[in-house]
Design a protein around this ligand. Structure first.
Ligand code: NAD
Length: 262
């Protein structure tokens, strides 16, 4: 199957490691021109070098904090300046802190809103004129299986990911006349630093080891293991390619069958 990604311009947010970096890598492998963004120049440079080495692809970097509007605007400007347009936007951010309702006051809720919901609104707003100028495009939002089934101890994720889902479903209708397809991808337990940190925190609370915690989770995954970032990225890249011409407004769980909800 030809994904039609040669020389397409792809912007991947929060991509110095983990899922964002894996998605950027697969796009670069397909011949796309890839801009990656995150807060630390040093880790972005390292990620870009690793992606170039692995794929021979073209990758640029831009320092940007996803919770800041000015950073998002200048990231978009830099992408257009460097690559001359935009075809695909992948929204992503660091995960919000874990905790229950009693743990958080307004300040934490507001930070999570900025970083995990308003960031998506801002990225899409900044991207739209450029996608429209190209005659269409693809938007992918990285969220969590909490869009289908709330996760214990992650109230901020459970709340704001659902907001992204509502936003995407609405935009699928509003943006269809512009030939812009928007989809949500929901990782279950993909083996990244974020998931290892969550396992370590839960192990500490439960008085077990990280390995025991992981094995406990794996027992609830029909495929019996955590996913790899590459497995996750391949699904994202298909949805965000020219080969996908009829899937929009969908949310796809990439979770080895973990969520049982219909
Ligand atoms: P990760 O911690 O491995 O990577 C997060 C990336 O986000 C890093 O590149 C980091 O530098 C960047 N980042 C963090 N805060 C940022 C900010 N303010 N501005 C710009 N960049 C920022 O996490 P991951 O596992 O790759 O997860 C990515 C997203 O997917 C997170 O929101 C996470 O909660 C969600 N998620 C992941 C899984 C999974 O299985 N890995 C499951 C459910 C949800």
């Amino acid at each position: 199957m030809d994904l039609g990604l040669q020389k397409k311009v792809v912007l991947v947010m929060a991509a110095s490691k983990g899922l964002g970096k894996a998605v950027a890598t697969e796009y670069a492998r397909e011949g796309a021109l890839v801009m990656i963004a995150a807060r630390s120049a040093a880790s972005l440079q390292q990620a870009a070098e690793e992606i170039r080495e692995a794929t021979g692809g073209e990758v640029e970097t831009c320092v940007a904090d996803v919770s800041k509007r000015a950073d998002i605007d200048s990231l978009m400007e830099r992408t257009i300046e460097r690559f001359g347009g935009l075809d695909v936007l992948v929204t992503n951010a660091g995960g919000p802190p874990g905790g229950t309702f009693d743990d958080f006051e307004d300040d934490v809720w507001e930070r999570a809103f900025q970083s995990n919901l308003l960031n998506v609104v801002r990225l899409i707003r900044a991207a739209l004129p450029h996608l429209r100028y190209r005659g269409g495009g693809r938007i992918l939002n990285i969220t969590s299986t909490s869009i289908k089934q709330p996760i214990e101890g992650l109230i901020l994720s459970n709340t704001f990911r659902a907001g992204i889902q509502g936003l995407a479903k609405t935009l699928a209708v509003e943006l269809a006349p512009d030939n812009i397809l928007i989809n949500t991808v929901a990782p279950g337990r993909i083996d990244t630093d974020r998931v290892r940190e969550l396992d370590a925190a839960r192990a500490q609370v439960n008085g077990t080891t990280v390995e025991q915690m992981r094995s406990l989770h794996e027992q609830h995954i029909p495929l019996g293991r955590y996913g790899t970032p590459e497995e996750f990225a391949k699904v994202v890249v298909f949805l965000g390619s020219q080969a996908n011409t009829y899937v929009t407004g969908s949310s796809l769980l990439i979770d080895g069958g973990m969520v049982r909800a219909l």
